[in-house]
Design a protein around this ligand. Structure first.
Ligand code: GDP
Ligand code: MG
Length: 393
């Protein structure tokens, strides 16, 4: 599972990335500062089964605060995008290349409208432009890849649509686009009845746009919600793009809260609408009070955790599962209670989970046990969110 953080320069991508990972990445207002894409681990917040089972857990791959488990996913802070990237502007092709492996995208926009399309300070910029141009860049990018090979793919495929879909899937597998994505898109666009030989550019573009929406689903992080004018822009953007999920956020506030929590100044659970002060000086107290009144009280959270959760659990419909070695104590072989929280794609089976843990466990899979009901589970069993399972191999 890889989440790509995209958007033009200076909208707050690195701040959001740093907040979500607390990794040390450069935060600077200069254009093109993120030359090398930064990969890190971000954490999806879910209910930890420890409360339900009345156990004290010992997380290994994750962490738990007061019954809230934070399960790891990989996240990529992608270099700033500028209009014309598909033609090689800015870090153009490099940017697009980084996106190939992403399963979904968090598009960060400066909702206050104080960053122009090239990432320079301005006023009164319309953030709706950013949504339009980023979608356009993505579509142009996929179009340029496919159109180079389209005639050949059509030529070598029989008239049957099936073979065309398979050949196209082979061509696009490097972009993280699967045969399922292609078949579903052909159907949803009503193009499965039409011979691809008869497609014009219009059909091809329509097909690829829908394919991109399915294979690279996108959520909008409407960042810098703390600045003047941001809420009006937010309403306008939501109205203009009703099909997109748009979440107001303040990456800067989330970063400040997490850093304060790490230093022991406050107790804060990422995603919460409040924090508790432990030990702060007067200046820190004032800064925290501002975050509380201007962000948490007004918007219910900084939005940053919500963006990640919505991307992974909402858009991708992933599930988080807890494999254990002992179905009674819910421990691993070393005695750790509920050690791992594993994020799995929507629709995956218990056998997929077994292979993910270790290829040998997958190969030797016999059956599994649902630790809540003690029911036996066959290899075809589809994982459900928050399942606690023991795999017998
Ligand atoms: N007011 C405000 N500024 C922010 C917020 N998030 C980031 N910034 C600032 O915006 C500028 C660019 O941020 P950065 O994360 O480097 O943007 P990137 O180029 O998209 O990676 C920095 O000065 C940040 O401190 C926010 O939520 N509110
Ligand atoms: Mg950056």
């Amino acid at each position: 599972m890889l989440i790509g953080v995209i958007g033009k320069t200076n909208v707050g991508k690195s701040t959001l990335f740093k907040a979500l990972t607390l990794a040390e990445v450069e935060i600077s207002p200069r254009p093109f500062t993120t030359i090398k894409p930064n990969r890190g681990i971000a954490y999806v917040r879910v209910r930890c089964p420890c409360t339900e089972f009345k156990l004290k857990c010992n997380p290994v791959n994750s962490f738990c605060i007061d019954g809230n488990r934070f399960a790891p996913v990989e996240i990529l802070d992608v270099a700033g995008l500028v209009p014309g990237a598909h033609l090689g502007r800015g870090l153009g092709n490099k940017f697009l290349d980084d996106l190939r492996q992403a399963d979904c995208l968090i598009h960060v926009v400066d909702i206050s409208g104080t960053t122009d399309e090239n990432g320079n300070p301005t006023t009164g910029y319309d953030p709706c432009n950013d949504v339009r141009f980023v979608e356009q860049e993505l579509d142009e990018w996929i179009f340029s890849i496919v159109s180079q090979h389209f005639d050949r793919i059509v030529r070598v495929s029989s008239i049957k649509g099936e073979e065309f879909a398979k050949n196209l899937a082979r061509q696009l597998s490097g972009l993280g686009i699967s045969l399922d994505h292609i078949t579903a898109t052909l159907h949803s666009c009503g193009l499965d009845e039409m011979d691809p030989k008869d497609w014009g550019e219009e059909e091809l573009r329509k097909f690829l746009k829908n394919l991109r929406k399915l294979a690279k689903p996108m959520i909008i992080a409407a960042n810098k919600i703390d600045l003047p004018g941001a809420t009006q822009n937010l309403e306008r953007l939501k109205k203009e793009f009703p099909e997109l999920r748009v979440i107001p956020c303040c990456a800067e506030a989330e970063l400040a809260l997490r850093q304060a929590a790490r230093k022991g100044m406050i107790k804060y659970i990422p995603g919460d609408d409040h924090f508790e002060v432990i030990k702060v000086d007067e200046a820190q107290a004032r800064a925290l009070e501002l975050i509380d009144s201007k962000i948490l009280k007004r918007f219910g959270s900084t939005g940053v955790q919500e963006v990640l959760n919505e991307a992974v659990l909402g858009l991708l419909k992933c599930v988080v599962v807890f494999p254990v070695a002992d179905e009674h104590k819910l421990t691993d072989t070393k005695g750790n209670v509920l050690p791992d929280a594993i994020v799995m794609p929507n629709g995956t089976t218990i056998l997929d989970l077994a292979y993910k843990i270790h290829s040998m466990i997958g190969e030797r899979f016999v059956r599994a046990v649902d630790c809540r009901s003690s029911k036996l589970l066959g290899k075809e069993y589809k994982l459900r969110h928050l399942d606690v399972v023991k795999i017998i191999s």
